[in-house]
Write a protein that binds this ligand. Sequence first.
Ligand SMILES: [Zn+2]
Length: 168
Amino acid sequence: MPDFSSNPTPENPSSQAPCTCGVCQRIAQTRQGKNPYFVRELETGYVVIGDHQRFPGYSLFLCKQHATELHFLEKDFRDKFLQEMALTAEAVYRAFQPDKLNYELLGAGNNKHMHWHFYPRREHDTPAPGPVWQLSASELYDPAWLPSPEELDRMKKRLNEELDRLLL
Ligand SMILES: [Zn+2]
């Protein structure tokens, strides 16, 4: 299995250097075993449950490389990253059984580092059909949507079981 974790990128020629990016910090926390949302390490990224569960099953796939655009990734890494993104999406779909799974590859502010968001969508889960971003930040990030430790464990277990099935 190729080790993609140490490949330099145009954004970060020395990937060993500490990075202050929010996504890199979350990855560092994950590698230290201190991220309760961590689900699974794949070759090119980390599968995690989203912090706020306004959309039940909301999950992310964090790119191991600090890169801001797909075209900044070396081709083999990019191909594998996209393949693993699709596999993660399928696992999220099977684990949480939405009416529709929406994907977004985002990055902004101190989190420009590319990361995939997977939003399980259900009928009437927003006031009008459309992106989740029609909701205010105060609704999306209301502490009421933080999962309890038991809920988080259940979600991680379900997602890991689906990843197991797809990876075998
Ligand atoms: Zn980063």
